[in-house]
Design a protein around this ligand. Sequence first.
Ligand code: FAD
Length: 423
Amino acid sequence: MSSTSQLRVAIVGGGPVGASLGAYLCRAGARVAVFHNPKRPPILVGESLVPAVIPFLRRLQIEEEVAAYATHKPGASFTFGDITTQSFCFAEALGAEVQYSYNVPRDRFDASILEAARAAGAHIIEERASIITEGEPVGLAGPEGRIALGGASAERAAEVLGGTPDWVIDAGGRARIVARALDLDFVEGPRKDAALHAHLEGVPLLIDGNVHTDRLTRGWCWRIPLPGRVSVGFVVNDGYLAEFGATPETQYDAFLSREPALSQWSAGARRISPVVRYNNYQLRSLRGVGPGWALVGDAFGFVDPVFSSGLLIGMSAAARLADAILAGSASAMRNYEHYVIDQLTVWQRLVDYYYDGRLFTLFEVGDAVRKRRGWQLVDRHLQRHLPRIFTGEATRSRYSVGLLDFMVKYAIVGHDPAKLEVH
Ligand SMILES: Cc1cc2nc3c(=O)[nH]c(=O)nc-3n(C[C@H](O)[C@H](O)[C@H](O)COP(=O)(O)OP(=O)(O)OC[C@H]3O[C@@H](n4cnc5c(N)ncnc54)[C@H](O)[C@@H]3O)c2cc1C
């Protein structure tokens, strides 16, 4: 492998994850080309950040810039059952390193990170990249398979990098072009939802700035306050949405006015953007590195929007992948792969606790138990561990996550979580 100054890396995808990786590698002296597809939907999902993303904004030196166009996010509010709401304030997460976050208009957020990569010296190629499989035998699939940039993309990369890239990184999001080309094994989560997403004016909030997650008759919805608007998205079983019309717009508008929890406020709200539809399939690859290639961000795996974990998983992975590439050893790459698989697996489990009703049941039980005499010490211990899982800081702590696993198994005995299941 080349020394850092000769290391050449081609990154497919200039979203937040690919651009972060590009910035880190360039700062360390590598030559980097980022293929950035200039075509984007009118609005993008991924607008709510968890607090553990903030250290990455600082590392990219963009926190101040982001804060200027973002909404300050002090916490999260969950509505479940008929009217019960639990609001969490990040400032009350005992021992948390970062106690706030932001909701961001994604076009500006993505542009800030891409600019950080450009400023660090990355060559931004405003084109879609193509890839081909290659190697012995030609087209060998699986994690040992080889890939390379296709014709015109290879030429463009060689031009700016001064030679063939040592690494081709798939940061192209859920299109998963490398994983598909190599036919990598993956696991799917249990949910096969669709998400409909738009921006609205006139949407009420319980707590300014909080991300709101409301359990609905079927599925759930988010309300993410952005400057001058609120992002509202529904995550619902695909078949059910079809009952509301044929196009994303008709489905969105009809769902908004007919779903009981939403109709309480929807008459006073106005949609001010087109509706964008996402397939919300939970899917994670079982391998993420191979000879001269790696996956990062959604291209490696995507769990679910419910806890706003996507950008944290991807941006923390970008930092680790940069370190692994710079370390230049197979074991560093393997450690990177284990890190991402572990994080995707942990978040999938947390998400499962949301959908199967166990988390909400624990909230309810916790509220009742907390008021009993003598429980303050236990409560304090739980408060030190559980909230920091959801701020994204403690998902690597075996103890904290193990404590939550224990609580959702034993603390809710005698209660029926199915009553609070998200259908
Ligand atoms: C419904 C929904 C709601 C979500 N809400 C949140 C949330 O609130 N908070 C959160 O943290 N996460 C959320 N996420 C997840 C979040 O959107 C992603 O985790 C995050 O955007 C991943 O970033 P990325 O850079 O890996 O991929 P992307 O943001 O998808 O960026 C990939 C980029 O690569 C480009 N690209 C693809 N192929 C090529 C190619 N061949 N050549 C060049 N460019 C290419 C794409 O056009 C895109 O610009 C949500 C996801 C969904 C589906």
